[in-house]
Design a binder for this molecule. Structure first.
Ligand code: ZN
Length: 534
């Protein structure tokens, strides 16, 4: 199936020029020392994660400055530990050892991935790292104000500054190991999606865009439309929480090793073995936002809970990429949670919990309402069909922003043009348009495409699971989800960093990543709902 594990020579090549090897110890002892050092660094990250979770969920606003100092110290210590020259010596020595002879053995995977991290971190000049760390909070501040005042021009100089710094970062990172034709954008993308290249993603996305644009037009003009008011009735918050927890438990979220709290922005964070936190927000008049928000975060959590605990603190015990992570959240949120069979089981329960809102509704009416499609200017509120068009627009724009082909000052116009073209909508204001996301002001370039990769990978994995377990719908209708979870644990979760993301998908599904399954899943669901022909 064309899997290409990276071998010893590759690791050796990356390190040989700069680091003296330690050839005095035996490899097993060197590997032990390496893991001890790396696991300590991981403890620092997990401590930061706990502090960040507290900051989002419970910290009083007055604690912000002190928390910032705590997190900055931990980040500095973490960077210092992982770029310690001793780590370089050990990695260099292990690159030629018998421990890594089999490229898929745990030691080989860990040495390969730690070398990758070490190389990335050590190539970044300290001055650049510090300049970015100093600029990002100021840029965030400018973004918040510009969004409030609806004035992109106030943020443009900051975006320019961030782009310049990220260009320097990419220049520092890009070397021959990326292969011929690699771009600066690839060097940034690689942090979130190891091994991914913009040219491959562009090809994947072009195929997807050609399917999505006409589908959105047909759905928008369909005569059959869902009852948009149904899920905006009154849904008491305590009962929303009850239903969300029941669904989370049913699909396999373990409340003994995880908890659900409320926070302004939903997220999932893995504190350590046996301790996983997810958050959501509940709104009385919006059933979809919190219920599917919980299922989404549960999908992330199930992935983390499915990593092998004995490898915790090493790359083999870590999620491989943001794209694969998002594939798990989207799979549970959309393929499972927005399926008719899922609601065959949960709708009667929802009716009992919300008799005023749902008592008179039918399963079909409700199922149509949870699958409402509406092209709009906002990404976060976008539905399953239109969401990826928001991402494709950002992916295309951030590449030309990085090269400088699109000057930062011209972003609003370019943004509006993409939206008109892909979604048929024009943002009325800058805040509704190019100021809506926090990513760029935080220096997160190359991050957006992982959302759509997640949707594509998720659909492809779900299609493969369905082939392996043909009665999945019958299981869902009975409230049984263990069959699917076991399949995902076996084929995705337990592998950690063993394979590159695309290799993992190919091994699990028998084919290279393609937009085909996602497009087919949309057609199968939305053509009958909206009574359109495709
Ligand atoms: Zn997510």
């Amino acid at each position: 199936m064309g899997v290409r594990p990276r071998g010893r020579l590759w690791t050796r090549y990356l390190l040989a020029s700069t680091i003296p090897c330690d050839t005095t110890m035996d490899p097993a002892a060197q590997y032990d020392e390496l893991l001890t050092r790396v696991r300590e660094a991981f403890l620092l990250t997990s401590t930061s994660a706990l502090l960040s979770w507290d900051e989002q969920c419970y910290m009083p606003p007055g604690g912000a400055a002190h928390r910032g100092n705590q997190l900055a110290l931990l980040a500095g210590l973490h960077h210092e530990r992982l770029t310690h020259p001793r780590i370089g010596e050990l990695l260099c020595a292990l690159a030629d050892s018998s421990l890594v002879a089999d490229p898929l053995a745990p030691a080989a995977v860990n040495v390969r991935e730690l070398t990758r991290t070490y190389r990335r971190l050590s190539r970044l000049p300290r001055m650049l790292v510090e300049e970015l760390a100093r600029t990002i909070p100021l840029s965030q501040h400018a973004w918040v104000a510009a969004r409030r005042d609806n004035k992109f021009a106030d943020f443009a100089p900051w975006l320019n500054k961030i782009l310049t710094l990220k260009r320097h970062e990419a220049e520092a990172l890009l070397d021959d190991s990326y292969g011929p034709g690699a771009t600066l954008y690839d060097a940034l993308l690689d942090e979130y999606e190891p091994g991914a290249r913009a040219a491959d993603i562009a090809e994947l996305f072009a195929g997807l865009r050609n399917e999505l644009v006409p589908l959105v037009t047909k759905i928008t003009h369909a005569r059959q439309q869902p009852n948009r008011e149904l899920l905006r009735r009154e849904f008491p918050l305590d009962r929303q929480r009850l239903l969300a927890e029941e669904a989370a438990r049913a699909v396999g979220f373990d409340f003994h090793t995880g908890r659900l709290d409320t926070a302004p922005h939903p997220f999932c964070t893995h504190i350590g073995p046996g301790d996983l936190r997810i958050t959501t927000r509940f709104k009385t008049n919006d059933f979809n936002d919190s219920f599917f928000g919980v299922l989404h975060e549960v999908g992330h959590a199930l992935y983390e809970q499915g990593l092998e605990p004995e490898h915790y603190g090493t790359p083999l015990g870590e999620a491989v990429s943001l794209g694969i992570h998002e594939s798990q959240s989207r799979l549970w949120e959309n393929a499972v949670g927005r399926s008719r069979s899922f609601w065959q089981h949960f709708f009667p329960r929802a009716q009992r919990l919300f008799p005023d809102a749902l008592g008179a509704a039918t399963l079909d009416e409700f199922y149509f309402a949870v699958n409402e499609v509406e092209a709009g200017p906002n990404r976060v509120q976008a539905d399953e069909v239109t969401y990826n068009l928001h991402i494709i627009a950002r992916f295309e724009l951030e590449q030309v922003l990085l090269t400088g082909e699109l000057p930062a000052a011209d972003l609003p116009g370019a943004w509006a043009e993409k939206y008109r073209h892909y979604l048929g909508v024009t943002p009325v204001t800058d805040s509704e348009g190019c100021l809506q996301d926090i990513h760029w002001c935080e220096g997160l370039l190359g991050y957006f495409p992982t959302y759509t990769l997640g949707n594509l990978y998720g659909a492809q994995l779900f299609a493969a699971a369905r082939r392996a377990l043909p009665d999945l719908d019958v299981q869902f209708a009975r409230g049984e989800f263990a069959g699917l979870l076991d399949w995902l644990r076996e084929n995705v979760h337990r592998h950690g960093h063993r394979f590159r993301p695309t290799e993992l998908v190919e091994r699990a599904t028998g084919e290279k990543p393609s937009p085909r399954h996602f497009a087919a899943a949309l057609a199968a669901k939305f053509a009958p709902l909206y009574e359109i022909s495709l």
